[in-house]
Design a protein around this ligand. Structure first.
Ligand code: FCB
Length: 441
């Protein structure tokens, strides 16, 4: 077969994404650390512990690996509880550490993208009611001002809040994240406060740094009606509009359209310079009268789906194309701020990567404004309530010894980054089982 390459536009960003609590280690002053100490909260009683020891300095080696394997950008987050360990105290040395990391990224040719809130809160904030408390957006804004003043020289892309939809749902409706509340109305209230926090952060960043690019990272989930039955279709549509649309729509027009009422957040109008899209998988949705708390939808992966090691993710690349198509409505550039799969043995990851990148290439060919891609993740890290049972890294991690192992996906992704494209030769080499699908004769 002749060489065929799916090329991306010049200047496309290729990176990986990480988050503070998942990689730093010894994050003793936040809500997740406290949660990990409670029996039954984390699968197998796992703890973040040293995580990937980035706080101890191992970010240097990991970012060396990223740069050496062709990446030109890195998305990471900073830990509020380190920078503001108490409501009336700033830790300048923590900010200095982050400055060091940012300089380190620039030295390595990695354009940093910085996330200000990625699921974790200082314990003091959580004790004051966390994101349920209507004063929290303003407290977040104070933190954001401090950070932007200190770091703006090195950052031009800011993500205010990572996956506010997942955070509100998991922490306040499913109860799997701290504070473990199971009340959908509380989750809606929290969504409104997250939207306000985002809007305030957006305004402050632009005040201090007019040329900054500021956005949210949304987790886009594709919801596919299980049958042509109108009830299945209705439930799939409802799930999608609540999970996917609510917050980015409010950041466009200031209206948070909750199921039975609309909350006005006028300060959020026009507060996205780009849309961050995190995409992992797609669900089938069937109407189920018994599932009131889940808005009458039963979600499941179809029979025969290509499932990840723990069955957490189905390899559904068309849903990724759908996510990018959905993002078009906001009329702003898009960045894929996360996409990846848990796969310790790296059997599935190469074809997951190749198939998703080809869908992104299709989008780029329609001239959709997709500017970059951050794979989740660079190295295995602490996967929230699923602990160390899920391994999303291009590089494997032995948590005890801190040894990294090079999975084959490292080399596939390196070839993609260096070529700025995906070729049939790469697919043949790393995931021949996907060749017919991706590059038919
Ligand atoms: C996303 C989170 C990220 C990581 C991946 C697997 O929802 O933003 O921190 O846990 O899932």
């Amino acid at each position: 077969m002749a060489e065929a390459v799916n090329h991306f536009p010049r200047g496309f960003l290729w990176g990986t994404a990480t988050a503070a609590h998942q990689v730093e280690g010894n994050n003793t002053n936040n809500n997740w650390w406290a949660w990990e100490q409670q029996p039954g909260r984390i699968l197998n009683g796992h703890k973040s512990g040293l995580a990937c020891d980035w706080w101890g300095g191992r970010w240097k080696d990991d970012l060396d690996r990223a740069a050496e394997t062709g990446q030109n950008a890195h998305r990471f987050s900073i830990e509020w509880s380190r920078i503001q360990p108490a409501p009336d105290r700033w830790d300048e040395s923590a900010l200095d550490r982050y400055l060091g990391m940012l300089r380190g990224m620039h030295e390595r040719g990695l354009m940093p993208m910085l996330t200000l809130h990625h699921f974790s809160n200082p314990i003091w904030l959580e004790e004051q009611g966390g994101w349920e408390n209507d004063d929290t957006p303003a407290k977040f804004a104070v933190f954001v001002r401090k950070v932007v003043e200190a770091l703006k020289e090195y950052v031009s892309y800011w993500v205010t809040i990572n996956e506010p939809n997942v955070y509100a749902y998991s922490a306040y409706s499913a109860g799997t994240f701290p504070p473990g509340i199971k009340n959908i109305n509380t989750a809606f209230h929290v969504m409104a406060n997250l939207t306000r926090g985002h809007a305030m952060a957006y305004q402050i960043i632009h005040q201090l740094q007019p040329e900054a690019r500021v956005g949210l990272s949304m987790n886009y989930r594709s919801f596919f009606p299980a049958t042509a039955n109108p009830l299945d279709k209705f439930v799939a549509r409802t799930q999608s509009s609540i999970f996917n649309d609510l917050i980015p729509s409010a950041a466009r027009d200031g209206k948070l359209r909750l199921p039975l009422r609309t909350v006005r957040v006028p300060e959020a109008i026009g507060t996205q310079d780009f849309l961050g899209v995190n995409y992992y998988s797609r669900d089938q949705v069937a109407f189920d009268i018994t599932r009131g708390a889940e808005l009458f939808g039963r979600l499941y992966y179809p029979d025969g789906a290509d499932l990840s090691a723990n069955g957490f993710i189905a390899n559904e690349p068309e849903g990724f194309f759908e996510a990018l198509k959905w993002g078009l409505q906001f009329n702003i550039p898009m960045l894929v701020t996360e996409n990846g799969v848990e796969d310790q043995s790296d059997q599935m990851r190469p074809r997951y990567i190749a198939k998703h990148i080809q869908q992104m290439w299709r989008a780029v060919n329609f001239n959709w404004p997709v500017r970059g891609y951050f794979h989740w993740s660079l190295v295995d890290n602490f996967e929230w309530e699923r602990g160390w049972t899920q391994r999303f890294g291009l590089w494997g991690l032995d948590v005890e010894t801190q040894t990294r192992t090079r999975r084959r996906s490292v080399d596939l992704y390196a070839e993609i980054c260096k070529e700025n494209g995906l070729s049939n030769a790469m697919v043949e080499k790393y995931c021949p089982e996907a060749l017919k699908d991706l590059f038919p004769d």
